[in-house]
Structure formats: structure tokens, C-alpha cells
Design a protein around this ligand. Structure first.
Ligand SMILES: [Fe+2]
Length: 407
């Protein structure tokens, strides 16, 4: 994140004597990436270090991952996340569906809000959530972010947070990344500003609204995810949201998918114009996240708005369908469907999507989907994913050719 912001009270000069509140020497913490060299924030705690544990750390039996599906053939997959039941809290009910060396894709469908004294911290991965359903507040030591459907929430690794749902039910797509998730640098100028032709504009992000520090003693449980999905319960002796202020470039933020400003051209546009975020050293490692949202389809009198078959040998592709109006998969996907097309296979629209798409030449589309393309990294479906897979998907192109879309 290129915007450096300041909230609350911090000393002008780092690591100098500072009293955020009368009589209390504020205690500094650096929350940083890439060792001491990447984006960071300087957090000023009211009067206690964030290290005051009251009980021995306890490894929970809860696991937030799922074993990789052994002996999985090279195949396209269709995961029907609509069939995953609503259950538990967002933190405890994650279903890991796809994973690779630096990325993991999960779904969480909570049916209750998190307890007042329970917090979560992903200590091993950065996170980007897409809110398919539900609204509420993402509270963290940085402040509160109100969220609603169709928004992204980007949460840096190590942030301590809590989801407070306004409705009982919610549905999140959760993308985890070993590397920080940021706007694509090719949309930023040398000063770190979004360029004038960028589809994303940094001032449209939703910033945390700073809250007064909570100077409360007690027992506060932090569920820390680490080492490949293990969860350890850390019991802090004071409320974790105890900052008098912070400043820096590392903090959670929201971004509305409708604020991805589509770029159209006379003929069909390839996915890179839809890129919203990326992670790692793309396109050499890591992944990109693209937002397929409303845009004017190509207006060339002979344009084929449906995509071409593509065989991207360096990218595994995950597509999450927020709605079902994407013509290339019409009649196949359901709301919340995930399709997974690994690099080793070409994939294409179904049936007569190419001919059907002529009708949409020059018209505004209304689809909404989130795509993740890895770079030089394979993802594999998990055992959990297999439970919700559509077993007929690999043969669905043949069926569609015969005019059978869904049986
Ligand atoms: Fe594709």
C-alpha cells in the first residue's frame, strides 16, 4: 500500500520518549514485512507491550487447512461452495479448497459473530477476503472498517482482528498469500500514485477508523494461525486494541469491487486489464487477482465478446463466481461456484457461448467474478474441495456441445 497514513497520537521521531496519555510512557511496536525492509507500521501501545501472556500458549485441535487430494488427475474442477453449510465463526469455519506453495483459497460461511474476547491473527499469510454475503465491521488494532457485500478486505499478515457481523450469516472467499497483497506496480507511477489510466485508485480504499485505546485488563484469546494451518491460542493479559496511535503503510483496508474501473477496447480484452491486486514478484512468482465486473463489451461489428480458449502454461486459474451471468459458463456455475483450471490444460467457454456472445457486442455486461492466476506455481485441490466437487465438470464441454447444459 503506497498511502502512508497516521491515526491517533504518535511521536514525530520514531523510538523517542512519548506519552500518548498523561503519565504513561507509550511503548512502540513495529509491524513490518520483508524483515526490517518492507512496508511497515509503527504502533504506539498505551502502556503495555503486546507480549504479556497470562497462560501457556496452547495448540488447539482446530486445523484451518485440509490435506491435498492425493492422486488427483490433471483435470478442471468445479467446486460448489453453495453446498458448504453455514456454521461457526468466520475464523473457526474456514474450508481450505485449493493450496500451493505461496497461496491458499478457502471459503468461510459463518452463522454467528465472534465472541467479544476472541480475536484472530493470521501469523503465516496475508489475506484478501471477498465478501460474497453479509456485512458488519472488521475491527483491528488499527481501527474499524465497515464492510458490505462485494467488497474486498485486505489484511496484512500479523494483524490482530475480530469480525463483528451485522447479520447472523455471511459468506467470504478467503485468499491467503505468503507475500504482501498490493495494487499492481504497473498501475502506479514512480511516486507510488495510481496513474491516470489505472483501473484502481488508491483514494477509494476504505481506511480503518481509529478508536480510542482500550485500557482493559483481563484474558483475551488470540487464535494465531501458523505453520500450515495450525492454530495456537495465545492468552493476552490486556485488550489487544490498546494503541494511542499508529502511522505507516501496512494496515488493513477495504476496496469495493465496483471501484475497479473497467478498461474496454473495441475488441475483446484479456484479463490483465481487470487486475486489481497482486502478490509476490508477479509475473515471475506469486499471483494476480482480477475483478470481472460490469464493462462494455467489444464494439467491433465482428467482435466475439466471449473469451477465446486459452492455455496459459504458467498460470493455474481459480475463478469465483459471485453471480452467474458470465456467458462463458452460463448454465454450468451457481452463485459461489469456484472453477479451477490448472496450467497443464487449455480451457474454453462452454457450448455455443461464442455465437451467443454476439448479442452482447457493445453492451454493458453485469457479471461479477473474482479470478486468481498464479505465476509459475501449482495449486492442488484439497480433500475438503473433493467433497463439494461437481464430478461431471470435466465432461461438461462435451455435454454442452450436445446441447445438454445441466442434467
Ligand atoms: Fe480462464
Amino acid at each position: 500500500m503506497s498511502l502512508i497514513i497516521k491515526r491517533g497520537d504518535v511521536p514525530k521521531t520514531p523510538h523517542t520518549e512519548f506519552y500518548g496519555r498523561k503519565f504513561f510512557l507509550s511503548l512502540e511496536e513495529i509491524h513490518g514485512t520483508y524483515g526490517f525492509s518492507g512496508a511497515f507500521s509503527r504502533k504506539m501501545h498505551l502502556r503495555r507491550y503486546p507480549t504479556v501472556q497470562m497462560e501457556m500458549p496452547k495448540l488447539l485441535s482446530l486445523s484451518l487447512t485440509s490435506p491435498i487430494l492425493q492422486k488427483a488427475p490433471l483435470s478442471p474442477y468445479h467446486i460448489l461452495t453453495g453446498k458448504i453449510p453455514y456454521q461457526g465463526t468466520i475464523e473457526r469455519s474456514r474450508h481450505c479448497l485449493l493450496k500451493g506453495p505461496s497461496a491458499a483459497i478457502s471459503v468461510s460461511k459463518p452463522d454467528r459473530t465472534t465472541g467479544e474476547n476472541e480475536f484472530f491473527r493470521n501469523a503465516e499469510m496475508h489475506e484478501c477476503l471477498f465478501v460474497q454475503e453479509g456485512n458488519g465491521v472488521l475491527a483491528s488494532e488499527y481501527g474499524d472498517i465497515e464492510f458490505k457485500e462485494k467488497q474486498y478486505l485486505v489484511i496484512p499478515k500479523g494483524t490482530t482482528y475480530q469480525f463483528r457481523l451485522s447479520k447472523r450469516r455471511a459468506f467470504f472467499l478467503i485468499i491467503e498469500s505468503l507475500y504482501p497483497i498490493r495494487f499492481a506496480p504497473h498501475y502506479l507511477n514512480g511516486e507510488g500514485q495510481a496513474t491516470l489510466m489505472s483501473p484502481v485508485i488508491e483514494t477509494e480504499i476504505g481506511m480503518p477508523v481509529f478508536k480510542e485505546p482500550r485500557d482493559i485488563s483481563g484474558k483475551f484469546n488470540i487464535l494465531s494461525k501458523h505453520n500450515g494451518g495450525r492454530v495456537t491460542k495465545i492468552v493476552l493479559g490486556h485488550h489487544p486494541f490498546d494503541l494511542v496511535g499508529w502511522e505507516g503503510a501496512l494496515y488493513p483496508f477495504s476496496f469495493d469491487s465496483s471501484d475497479h474501473h473497467s478498461i474496454a477496447r473495441e475488441i475483446h480484452t484479456a484479463p490483465p486489464v481487470r487486475q486489481t491486486f497482486q502478490a509476490g514478484n508477479a509475473p515471475h512468482s506469486g499471483f494476480s487477482i482480477c475483478t470481472f465486473r460490469a464493462q462494455v463489451e467489444g464494439w467491433n461489428i465482428k467482435d466475439v465478446p466471449a473469451p477465446y480458449a486459452h492455455y496459459n502454461v504458467d498460470s493455474d486459474e481459480m475463478m469465483f463466481f459471485s453471480n452467474t451471468t458470465y456467458g462463458a459458463r452460463k448454465g454450468i456455475v451457481e452463485p459461489g461456484s469456484i472453477t479451477f483450471h490448472p496450467a497443464g490444460l487449455p480451457h474454453s467457454p462452454h457450448g455455443d457461448a461464442a455465437k451467443e456472445s454476439f448479442k452482447s457486442r457493445g453492451k454493458l455486461s453485469d457479471y461479477l467474478a473474482v479470478m486468481l492466476d498464479t505465476f509459475f506455481e501449482s495449486l492442488l485441490p484439497t480433500e475438503k474441495a473433493q467433497k463439494f466437487c461437481d464430478p461431471r465438470y470435466p465432461l461438461s464441454w462435451a455435454k454442452a456441445e450436445l446441447g445438454v447444459v445441466k442434467e
